[in-house]
Design a protein around this ligand. Structure first.
Ligand code: G1P
Length: 313
């Protein structure tokens, strides 16, 4: 198994793309249907064979740790009121995992957040999950990547093809597609403003060796004035084979409003208890050409406010 049992979850960011909702509530705790966003990442790591889970938090994020902790008074109250279904749901979360929490004291970027977990990780390979990147797939994304890691013993990042106008929002890899969804990485650049080296973007799943830590220590501030994980990975690429894996599944950027809404709809439609009724509700909204009526209504509203009508493409 190459000893891969550790997963780091950087959760220290301010969540500015979701203000004002995330002024006080950590974005990782926003509910996606009935579970906080972070819980999907935790379940993915657990479902990929990882049992040492490290959360990198910052001030004001204690509710993350509380969510996965036991709540004796709540459990007692549910037991007394014989609400056994709810009790087992609550207990399932607290018994899911024992988390190790480390604090990132300064908001110096993703690379710095990962470096903060150094002592907790120790001298073993580890995965990193960026909880905003929620991935809906038959087989957990990390489990797909784990196979490449176990076969090669080399670092692996998750990749997704993106449109040319989106490359400036991601770390973009250079290299060669080898087939079987594997990409041999020769270089990478964080959020290229021009000339992206390919259309393959790094998505928030990484499997890394502990050798990344001394590289992170030496990494200077890069894009956005932050210590970037991508810049340390660039150094790692120089030291031997480095793979990208074009995962099977659909990824949502649940850390921003539109991505979150899309994820909510898709996860709600798949929810065992809610999916059918929710689908019927959407059908009622958008079925029988009503969606077109709504657009027309929106357009006439716009015209009434003497705005330029939206161009359709
Ligand atoms: C981070 C990484 C970037 C990666 C992205 C995936 O950026 O720095 O390389 O492509 O996550 O979501 P962020 O979105 O945190 O700015």
């Amino acid at each position: 198994m190459n000893g891969l049992r550790t997963c780091v979850f950087p959760c220290a960011g301010f969540g500015t793309r979701f203000f004002p909702a995330t002024k006080v509530i950590p974005k990782e705790m926003l509910p996606l249907v009935d579970k906080p966003i972070l819980q999907y990442g935790i379940e993915e790591a657990r479902g990929s064979g990882m049992d040492k889970l490290i959360i990198v938090t910052s001030q004001g994020k204690d509710s993350i740790i509380d969510h996965f902790d036991r709540s004796s008074s709540l459990e007692r109250s549910l037991r007394e009121r014989e609400k056994f279904d709810l009790l087992s749901e609550v207990e399932a979360v607290s018994s899911m995992v024992d988390l190790i929490a480390v604090r990132q004291k300064d908001a110096l970027g993703l690379g710095h957040a990962v470096l903060t977990a150094r002592d907790a990780v120790g001298n073993d390979p580890f995965a990193v999950v960026l909880p905003d990147d929620v991935i809906l797939s038959d087989e957990p994304c990390l489990a797909q990547m784990r196979r490449v890691f176990e076969e090669t013993g080399r670092p692996v990042v998750a990749l997704m093809e993106v449109a040319p106008e989106e490359t400036s929002r991601y770390g973009i890899v250079a290299g060669e597609m080898k087939g079987n969804r594997r990409f041999k990485v020769s270089d990478m650049v964080e959020k290229p403003k021009t000339d992206p080296p390919s259309s393959y973007a790094i998505i928030g799943r990484y499997i890394l060796p502990p050798e990344i830590f001394p590289l992170l220590e030496k990494t200077q501030r890069g894009a956005g004035g932050e210590i970037q994980l991508t810049d340390a990975l660039r150094q790692l690429v120089q030291s031997g084979d480095f793979y990208g894996y074009v995962f099977e599944g659909r990824r949502y950027d649940a850390g921003e409003k539109l991505g979150y809404l899309k994820a909510t709809v898709d996860y709600a439609l798949r929810h065992p208890a809610l999916g059918k009724e929710f689908a019927a509700y959407l059908q009622g909204l958008f079925g029988n050409g009503k969606a077109i009526d709504r657009e027309a209504a929106a357009d006439s509203g716009r015209a009434a406010r003497s705005e330029k009508p939206r161009q359709r493409v």
